[in-house]
Each structure stands twice: as C-alpha cells, then as structure tokens.
Design a protein around this ligand. Structure first.
Ligand SMILES: *Cc1c(COP(=O)(O)O)cnc(C)c1O
Length: 355
C-alpha cells in the first residue's frame, strides 16, 4: 500500500538531547491509517503531528477497544538507523487486535509504515549514548456507537518520542513489592495482549507499591495467587543455581520480544533456561538459601532491569548481594550492543531503515 507523506511547515524546536527522560517530547509527524468495514485499511499517511479528532461516542472511549505496541529506532555510530525485530511487534499487534475484535494490520504494511515514518523523523533520533526514538503504534475503535458490539471503523496511528537512558545513573537494582491483593490478568482474559485496559486495571497496585517505597510490583497468577507472572510491565527472570527460570506463557503473560531475545542469547551461551511455573514458595526458599543469584525484568523500555530485593509478606529478601549480577550485566551489554549496531548481530534481529 502507498504511504503519502505530508511534511509540516512548522517544525518544532528540538529538545535538550541530554535531558530527554521518557515520553516527554513528541516529534513533528505521525503515521495514520483508517479502516472501514468493506474497504479495509486505507489512506496510509505520514502527516504533521496534531491532536486526533474523536466523536464523544467513539467506542474506544467507552469500552476500551484499544491495543498498542512499543519499539525503538536506534542510531548506530556508523550512521545507520536500526529497528529491533519489528516483525515481532507486527505479529503481536495483530494477536492483540484479534483478542479485542479489531482487524489485522498487514505485517508488511506495518513494517513499511515504520520505515517511512522513521525516515521522515530521522532528525529526531537522538545520538547520545543509550538514547533512542521510542515508537508507539496504537489501534483504536473510533466508530461513534455506544451500543456494545464489535466496531466497524478503526484508526491506527504511530507516534514517536525521543527517549533518554531509562536509568540515567546507569543500571540500578530495583526493589519489588509482592502484590497479593490485586491481579493483573487471568487465563482466558487479555494478559497476553498489549491493550490499554490491562494498564488501567494495574495502576492501583503500582501506586500502592510506590507509596510503600518500592519501584514495581511482582504479579501473581489470578487463580491460586501462588505462581509468579510478571514484574510491573516487564517479563521476569530468576537465576537459581545454574538455571535461569522465566514463567511460561499461558494466556496471562505478555510474550515480550526482549524475553524471547534474552532466552535465545542465554541458550547460545549454553546457559540452562527453563520456561516453567515458578511459585512464590520456590522463590522464597531460593532467596533464603542463597541460591537466588540474580533476578531481572525484561522489556523494550529498560531492556534489562536488575532486581535487588523482593518484599514478601513484610520480609525483605535480597537477590544475590543486592547488586547487579554478572549475567544481568552481560545480557544488557550484549542486547544493547546489538540494538545500537556496535556488536555483530548473529541472529539477524536488526532491521535497517533506508534513509
Ligand atoms: C510490553 C510489555 C512487556 C515487554 O515486552 P517487550 O516486547 O519486551 O517490550 C512485558 N509485560 C507487559 C505487561 C508489557 O506490556
């Protein structure tokens, strides 16, 4: 499909590249496409960044018919601009959309849209160490209709935000609160999708954890409240003895691109990786016996987020010596090296944007 590009006549002033933080600035343009039942996706375009117009009866506003993605464009030192496994995001967007009764966006058009959009915004890709251009594709149901049914009209847009290092002081172990009251997801629900509703319902636990002095929550399964699922908005991994364990996907856990990349890297280093259920009792015993050597969250925003301690039933349990473990450090350095094009890419994960 053809993508029309309409350039802004009023480019914004660029931000201070050394003080970007996360999600504070947006670029000059956005990608937009419309869908109507019968004619499918049409009017693919890159246009000046501007508010979108929605009828107050638009279904997304009432029934949360919304799915999104998150990925980054990286400026390599040699001038190339790279995306990291963007087809994984294309597939996951469609898997999320199917669950919320929204249409597929063709995967090749998704990739082409990203490339055309990123090329248009190339002056917005920061070049400082650990910075990137965060890309946020979103699909909404914008049909004005407050009767509950599947929408017949949708809009897809992609916006971009230059972002700084997730941890400006460098990798920093975080403290995690075990959430035993609220639940993020259950099997059969929407836990495996990136839909806004998952975030709306989990904010309250995040707020509670922060009030108690913790950075993120550790989510348990919704049925037995016994098995570990995710940490905040990241997948979670534990190194117990010589085995790295991550909860198995099963409908309630989001299949992270970083999660699968970390598993592939570990396997290529001959580290034993298991996707299986891990109970809070197992974590507790491993922490008490000293077998819990490392733990970290994985996600596009922070890449690897080392966990220094867990609070479980009022007890604070240290992971290893509470610092950044060697495996966490090696994973972070390798993944970011591949993403920024400073290390070889033996898996063919990066995708160059033609400029
Ligand atoms: C996006 C997300 C992740 C991480 O996925 P990546 O593809 O690695 O960025 C993990 N858990 C939840 C709930 C998420 O929304």
């Amino acid at each position: 499909m053809d993508i029309r590009v309409e350039r802004t006549s009023l480019p914004k002033a660029k931000p201070d590249w050394d003080n970007l933080s996360f999600g504070r600035y947006y670029t000059d343009h956005m990608f937009v496409a419309d869908y109507t039942e019968g004619s499918g996706w049409h009017d693919l375009r890159v246009v000046p960044y501007a508010p979108i117009s929605l009828d107050p009866a638009a279904m997304v506003l009432h029934y949360a018919m919304e799915v999104f993605e998150g990925l980054k464009a990286y400026a390599a030192k040699d001038g190339r601009v790279l995306l990291f496994r963007p087809m994984e995001n294309a597939r996951r967007l469609n898997s999320s959309a199917t669950r919320i009764c929204m249409p597929d966006f063709p995967e090749n058009d998704f990739l082409e849209a990203l490339k055309v959009f990123v090329r248009t915004e190339q002056d917005w890709i920061p070049r400082q160490a650990d910075t990137s251009l965060y890309l946020r594709p979103v699909m909404i149901a914008n049909e004005p209709h407050i009767g509950v049914r599947v929408s017949r009209q949708f809009q897809m847009f992609i916006i971009a935000s230059p972002v700084g290092a997730y941890y400006p002081e460098g990798l920093n172990p975080v403290r995690i609160y075990l959430e035993d009251e609220y639940i993020r997801a259950v099997r059969g629900g929407t836990g495996f999708t990136k839909c806004g509703g998952n975030y709306a319902s989990s904010l309250i636990a995040q707020k509670k954890a922060e009030k108690l002095g913790f950075t993120q929550v550790l989510w348990l399964d919704g049925v037995e409240k016994k098995y570990i699922e995710e940490v905040g908005t990241m997948n979670v991994m534990f190194m117990i003895g010589d085995e790295v364990i991550t909860p198995e996907l099963g409908g309630s856990i989001l299949p992270g691109v970083t999660r699968s990349s970390v598993m592939e890297l570990l396997r290529s280093w001959n580290v034993k990786v298991s996707e299986r259920r891990i109970s809070i009792d197992e974590l507790y015993s491993a922490a008490r016996s000293g077998d819990l050597r490392e733990s970290f969250g994985t996600g596009t925003a922070a890449v690897i987020s080392p966990i220094g301690a867990f609070s479980i039933n009022g007890e604070l349990l240290c992971v290893g010596d509470g610092g950044i473990g060697p495996l966490s450090r090696k994973l972070y350095d390798t993944l970011t090296g591949i993403q920024w094009g400073s290390l070889p890419d033996p898996f063919g994960w990066t995708c160059e944007v033609p400029l």
